[in-house]
Design a protein around this ligand. Structure first.
Ligand SMILES: *Cc1c(COP(=O)(O)O)cnc(C)c1O
Length: 382
């Protein structure tokens, strides 16, 4: 097999469900209900059931989901929202966009996620909300984060764009899906996400009936009754074709999560066998309280060899990606609007050592062995 190795194999995944997806898309086109057609409600209902019964408000993309979430909380300019420094820009961009102040905190070196200790350092009289990001597919350690937020009257907006399907277990044994534990949860259906559509899409989750109504209103031009606008809102919709695709893929989500987890386990087993003392790199750390749905399989490469490894892999026909090359405190856009409570050195260190390997639902051991061989070959010369 000489097929090109890909970071994500959307084509292979599509071919397995092609007939079903093609029928669903055709039926939306036949109905011409392109906006707010029946597939949108059907998908929202099924997703709500999957998530454990919360309200689901669909919207145009994950960034809008975060923005609408923040808009629903009656925050004022200058209010502070605490966000990890190591994340995709969207988690913090919306804070700045709304005239709020992003306060950056460091992440844990092992899990890449924010910890309650770091959040605590950022607390000020202006703190109003925190945005824990469940990065690369596993939950932040939410139990202490939720208690901290409650003690300090902070809203919790979970950025669940990379972890849909992951589950967190509380100390009393009860489990919850990521995205349903905080005040509001947000997700993205960008094609390469774990539950991705064939364009843009997003959703907002909440267990609060009143907030659900407000979120729905904001996403729909600030109106509850057509042409009667109570607040300034936005126009953010999941279209019917995307909803129809998502409704089919949702049925496979658990199987997709499992495939990613199995691929990750195989990588980790082989890589630890090759480098048992972590001389060259560190494999992903799994939090005991969370399942990991491996949106990314991310190594930390030691001794400044990350970029050389990436270039070597590319020569060997193995793609890899750097998510994310700059922590937020080093991004031009945030320099004048942010405050940070600490040095953020771990976010810096992580950004300069991470390398994500190909991982997707169609991964075979044959592909993985090629990736692994190329990695071994690189370090054999070190
Ligand atoms: C993808 C992503 C988003 C934004 O989603 P879009 O649908 O691309 O707007 C937000 N946060 C994180 C962590 C993401 O990975």
């Amino acid at each position: 097999m000489s097929e090109k190795i890909q970071m994500v194999d959307l084509k292979g995944q599509y071919l397995k469900i092609k007939d079903e997806v093609d029928d669903a898309i055709r039926s939306v086109i036949d109905s011409t209900s392109f906006i707010n057609g029946p597939s949108v409600k059907q998908f929202a209902d099924n997703l709500s059931e999957y998530m454990g019964g919360c309200h689901v408000i669909t919207c145009a993309n994950g960034t809008d989901a975060l923005q609408i979430a923040l808009m629903s909380l009656d925050l004022k300019p200058g209010d502070e929202v605490i966000v990890p420094a190591f994340t995709y820009v969207a988690s913090a961009e919306v804070i700045g966009l709304l005239g709020l102040t992003p306060v950056m905190v460091d992440v844990d070196f092992g899990t890449f996620n924010v910890t309650v200790d770091n959040l605590r350092k950022a607390l000020s009289p202006k703190s109003r909300a925190v945005i824990p990001v469940h990065l690369f597919g596993q939950s932040c350690d939410m139990e202490p984060i939720l208690s901290f937020a409650e003690e300090n009257h902070l809203f919790v907006i979970e950025d669940n764009a990379q972890a849909i399907g992951a589950e967190y277990t509380f100390s009393d044994g009860h489990k919850a899906k990521t995205g349903t534990m905080g005040t509001i949860g947000c997700t993205s259906f960008f094609p390469s996400k774990n539950l991705g559509c064939y364009g843009d899409g997003g959703a907002i989750f909440t267990n609060d009936d009143i907030l659900a109504g407000k979120l729905r209103m904001i996403a729909n031009h600030g109106q509850r009754i057509k042409y009667h606008h109570s607040v300034i809102g936005c126009n953010s919709r999941l279209d019917s074709i995307q909803a129809a695709v998502l409704d089919i893929k949702l049925k496979h989500l658990d199987e997709y999560c499992r495939a990613r987890y199995e691929a990750a386990s195989y990588y980790s087993a082989k890589l630890r066998e090759f480098d048992p003392c972590c001389k060259f790199f560190e494999t992903p750390v799994e939090l005991e309280a969370s399942t990991h749905v491996y949106h990314q399989y991310t190594l930390k490469i030691k001794d400044g060899r990350r970029d050389a490894l990436k270039a070597f892999l590319a020569d060997e026909g193995v793609p890899s990606m750097i998510y994310y090359p700059l922590p937020l405190q080093e991004q031009e856009a945030f320099k004048s609007i942010t405050r940070s409570a600490e040095s953020l050195e771990i976010s810096h260190k992580v950004a300069y050592s991470v390398l994500s390997l190909p991982i997707h639902t169609e991964m075979t051991q044959e592909i993985q062995d090629k990736v692994l061989d190329a990695i071994r070959k690189f370090f054999a010369n070190c």
